[in-house]
Write a protein that binds this ligand. Structure first.
Ligand SMILES: N[C@@H](CCC(=O)N[C@@H](CS)C(=O)NCC(=O)O)C(=O)O
Length: 351
């Protein structure tokens, strides 16, 4: 590729679930390593709250894809770039931008299969599934933060999330202090954004900081924050995620979201399910039935998905093809974990 062709930059954080969906899409679409610049934004250090990043994405989230527009009438350099700040839009853009007829930015000779659904009916199913996975009820990030429903698991979770939330809170506090000193110029809107985020993060940071205390050692305020935390965790896992899993399993066609062929929704679903299975204690070597049964047990109260999908899973060892009946999500897991994209993105384990 010639140096004069500007590249897109993907701002990402490797452990982030939605960044993983985009990384899977880059692999599935056959993008070469040098076609998109990968720029790390360390969420555990609160780098996403720095003014330089907020100028690209005022929502402070990754993935963010900054796309150059070469031909523009405007001399203003800002308008020559567009930032896509939402996983769905980024994956759709990456899908459209590399095809069999791409003439620029294609140093890879890998095939570029179309991931967009081919019919109106499939588009509706695809959008439905993606919407469910990105809903508040299905939030894989909330699932991670609220992955404790008793004091022992809260103590365990606080070992990793306590320092994570404290560092984020401190990074935001640093930005606020810098702007108060006049060292950086932040708008009123940005200052309010920082204050709101800091308050939200501080709530969780306090629950994790107090996780080592027994109930009787907590202040009345600490007690009510812990009770609120457990209430949210119970609702998220036992009602909301359970409902989203049930609906996704029902809406998808199996083994992939739209049947035998991989599509846009599978990028989201693969990353989402990998996160939930990892939170339920599963790992990359789990087969579909095992991974989903760990997830069902983690939700608890006897929850099981219907095992009503019959198919012939790919045989790795050349043995005779045997029809199998399992839940669609278990079939999805078996199908997706065989793909090179999955093996690459989850080479160091689920996250
Ligand atoms: N709606 C956004 C959500 C993206 C999102 O929540 N990203 C998380 C990481 S997976 C994030 O950047 N969180 C900011 C933070 O943790 O401070 C999308 O679909 O891209």
């Amino acid at each position: 590729m010639s140096e004069s062709v500007p590249k897109a930059s993907l701002y990402y954080f490797p452990p982030s679930i939605w960044c993983s969906a985009v990384l899977l899409a880059l692999q599935e679409k056959g993008y070469a390593e040098d076609e998109v610049d990968l720029k790390s934004v360390d969420l555990s250090k609160g780098e996403n709250y720095a003014l330089a990043f907020l100028r690209l994405n005022p929502k402070a989230t990754v993935p963010t894809l900054v796309v150059p527009f070469e031909k523009t009438l405007s001399a203003d350099s800002e308008s020559r770039y567009k930032a896509l700040t939402d996983t769905k839009a980024i994956i759709e853009f990456l899908d459209k931008s590399r095809s069999a007829i791409s003439r620029t930015n294609t140093t890879s000779s890998a095939p570029a299969p179309a991931l967009a659904p081919a019919t109106i009916a499939f588009t509706a199913i695809s959008n439905n599934i993606i919407e469910l996975l990105h809903s508040d009820e299905g939030s894989p990030n909330a699932a991670k933060w609220y992955n404790a429903r008793d004091e022992t698991s809260l103590q365990e979770l606080s070992k990793s999330l306590g320092p994570f939330f404290a560092a984020k809170r401190d990074a935001i506090a640093f930005n606020i202090a810098e702007s108060e000193k006049g060292a950086v110029q932040a708008s009123t809107k940005t200052k309010k954004f920082w204050e709101d985020k800091k308050a939200g993060i501080a709530e969780l940071a306090e629950v994790f900081a107090d996780a080592g205390k027994s109930e009787s050692e907590l202040s009345p305020e600490g007690k009510s924050k812990r009770a609120e935390y457990f209430k949210n965790a119970k609702k998220l896992w036992e009602t909301d995620l359970k409902a989203v899993l049930t609906r996704v399993n029902k809406e998808m066609l199996g083994p992939f979201a739209l049947g035998d062929q991989l599509s846009l929704a599978d990028m989201h679903l693969a990353a989402w399910l990998a996160r939930l299975v990892s939170l339920a204690g599963g790992n990359v070597s789990d087969k579909g039935d095992g991974a989903i049964s760990k997830l069902e047990n983690h939700i608890g109260n006897g929850f099981v998905l219907p095992k009503d999908f019959q198919w012939n899973p790919p045989q790795r060892d050349g043995s005779e093809v045997q029809p199998v009946t399992q839940s669609k999500l278990a079939a999805f897991w078996d199908a997706v974990k065989e793909r090179p994209s999955w093996k690459k993105v989850y080479a160091d384990g689920l996250h």
